[in-house]
Design a protein around this ligand. Structure first.
Ligand code: SAH
Length: 241
């Protein structure tokens, strides 16, 4: 009889203990399950093999980079609108571009097209030297706010035309361009280190492009085509050429 009571107490205790723990984890990250599924079905099931990229994609709260009304779509296999007619790329494209950059801890990376700040946050898990340029003032301000709120303090964001790179912090080990251009901005090639990687959607900015990986070998660009894609156009200086 005594023993029975003892066990009942243990059970009651366990139930009480597990309730707050359960509600805490649920409240902290209600999208953890969806994010895990996204990594499995959209990334692993395709060709994302880099373990560190898979791990990061499973960590960054993508739903907090989109409007509250779109949060339940944040882990779906498609791009999503952000302000000013721009888009945040599909998770697979973010992972694929990141994988191609082959970033190592301590390397310096430049992003052209901060948008929501999501891609920058992904990069920030791989290195603490992330620089991102956004041409639209409203988006750049909003991204700074989001990144700060989520403690991505290692990301530096500048409002300006990324066509010219970010001279002050050059050279970069890697450059990622998340808007489409019909040529590689010369400043970006110049600001890329020897052996550095640059990934950019190249083609007709208003139609389709090819995700292109450029590696700087002995000062010259070595080019590899990765995938056909569709990105929003690079505006500013790029459109004058
Ligand atoms: N990487 C972003 C999505 C990019 S959408 C994310 O993770 O959310 C492309 C972004 O490029 C848009 O925000 C657009 O305003 C920006 N852009 C277009 N032309 C640019 C330029 N010349 N310099 C910097 N940013 C530019």
């Amino acid at each position: 009889m005594k023993e029975h009571k003892f066990f009942r107490q243990i059970v009651t205790c366990a139930v009480i203990l597990s309730v707050p723990f359960f509600s805490f984890t649920k409240e902290e990250d209600p999208y953890a399950g969806k994010r895990k599924e996204m990594v499995k079905r959209q990334l692993k099931a395709r060709d994302i093999r880099d373990e560190s990229v898979l791990e990061v994609m499973g960590k960054v709260p993508r739903h907090l980079f989109v409007e509250p009304g779109l949060r339940n779509q944040a882990y779906r296999d498609h791009p999503l609108p952000i302000d000013e007619g721009q888009t945040i790329s599909q998770p697979y494209i973010v992972a694929l571009m990141t994988q191609n950059l082959k970033l190592k801890k301590g390397e310096k990376v430049l992003e052209v097209g901060t948008g929501s700040g999501y891609q920058a946050a992904v990069l920030a898990h791989l290195t603490d030297k992330v620089y991102s340029v956004e041409i639209r003032e409203k988006l750049s301000k909003k991204a700074v706010k989001t990144l700060k709120k989520l403690n991505y303090n290692q990301v530096k964001v500048k409002w300006g035309d990324g066509y010219f790179g970010w001279e002050e912090f050059a050279p970069f080990d890697a450059i990622i361009v998340t808007c489409a251009a019909n040529h590689v901005p010369p400043s970006l090639l110049k600001q890329l280190k020897e052996g550095g990687r640059l990934i950019i959607p190249l083609g007709n900015p208003l139609y389709f492009q090819t995700l292109t990986l450029i590696t700087k070998i002995e000062g010259k660009p070595e080019v590899r085509h990765v995938l056909d894609v569709r990105f929003v156009p690079m505006v500013g200086e790029a459109q004058k050429k």
